[in-house]
Design a protein around this ligand. Structure first.
Ligand SMILES: Nc1ncnc2c1ncn2[C@@H]1O[C@H](COP(=O)(O)OP(=O)(O)OP(=O)(O)O)[C@@H](O)[C@H]1O
Ligand SMILES: [Mg+2]
Length: 318
């Protein structure tokens, strides 16, 4: 049993983790911390470095520089110890179409040296956990995509790992299958597992994950709770303003304010983008009234999470 001190160490910690492929810097001095018990979303667009990171944590790939610890074990020096405490589900896993579900899981159980007497129950347990008990005798090739994905989850659970590294486990699934997979992950978190799940869709993980990290071009651009993403990354708030008449004058007055980054006319309204995200919009009314105009409408444009993500990953902010 790990002692108290090791229990308090993070589940995953990377220190300037770097990986290059020829001239491509896939990971650029990444410092990431995932706490025990987290259901952690690892977000980035295509080529951001998610798979590279997960493969390093899973000991399949060596870092070029920097290092990483998984449950206090160094992924290079203590690779064997790491393999015992993680379950890694790659983005594409070869499925053994001609094998039966139970046979397949039994095979992996044997790889982890689970004694045969115990294996039967273990296989039953993981199948129940992922909701595939009814398919235990089915051929893998006859399972739907969502079921195959759940079988993949069952496989990484077979040796009861503490940390799950799941590379886009919901990709290619229909909405119902997606929700099912998410529900399984929540159940696993409740059972005390730490889970890292990668995705290129931030909003998909917003209700699921307690913390997220966003990476872009191998660099960390945000880590923290999902609710913090907008505040930290969205840039200036946007407000819409309407006045009784003379929009051009409103435009001129607002452009002259130091809080305003940009004011543009859109369909008879004025769209005002602030420089910061925590500016009190009270000055808008004040400015317009002092300028002799009558304010008829003022409302905030709520940036959606996905919009924030797109702004950030396109390099429009920060
Ligand atoms: N085996 C490899 N050889 C050369 N370059 C690679 C290799 N694997 C990854 N890369 C490059 O490293 C960068 C990061 O790739 P990675 O697969 O980690 O991204 P990702 O975030 O998982 O993307 P995706 O959402 O497409 O799965 C990309 O520029 C990619 O082209
Ligand atoms: Mg990937």
């Amino acid at each position: 049993m790990p002692n108290e001190a090791t229990n308090r160490t993070p589940a995953v910690q990377t220190f300037n983790l770097t990986r290059v492929y020829g001239a491509t810097i896939a990971l650029n001095a990444l410092n990431l911390t995932v706490n025990r018990g987290d259901l952690f979303g690892f977000i980035g667009s295509n080529g951001a470095g998610k798979t590279t990171t997960l493969r390093i944590l899973a000991t399949f790939l060596a870092p070029s520089a920097g290092r990483a610890e998984v449950l206090s074990h160094d992924v290079v020096k203590d690779a064997d110890a790491v393999r015992h405490v993680i379950g890694y589900m790659p983005d594409f896993f070869g499925v053994y179409k001609d094998m039966e579900v139970t046979e397949y899981l039994d095979f992996f159980g044997a790889c982890y040296k689970i004694p045969s007497a115990k294996r039967e129950k273990t296989v039953k347990d993981v199948l129940e956990l992922v909701g595939l008990s009814e398919k235990e005798g089915a051929l893998i090739g006859a399972l739907s995509r969502g079921m195959q994905q759940r079988l993949g989850l069952a496989r990484v659970l077979i040796h009861d790992p503490q940390l799950l590294l799941l590379d886009e486990p919901a990709s290619g699934l229909d909405p119902r299958a997606r929700i099912e997979v998410m529900a399984i992950l929540q159940e696993l978190q409740r059972l005390g597992k730490t889970i890292i799940i990668s995705s290129h869709i931030l909003s998909e993980l917003q209700t699921l994950c307690n913390r997220v990290a966003i990476i872009e071009k191998g660099k960390l651009i945000y880590t923290g709770p999902v609710q913090g993403v907008r505040d930290q990354l969205a840039g200036g708030q946007i407000y819409w303003v309407t006045v009784k008449e003379d929009s051009p004058k409103a435009l001129e007055l607002l452009k002259g304010r130091p809080e305003v980054a940009e004011a543009v006319p859109v369909d008879g309204q004025v769209k005002v983008t602030f420089k910061d995200h925590d500016t009190d919009p009270g000055f808008i009314a004040e400015t317009l009234v002092r300028g002799g105009l009558k304010l008829t409408g003022l409302w905030e444009d709520e940036l959606g999470l996905e919009e924030v993500f797109l702004r950030v990953t396109k390099g429009e902010t920060q």
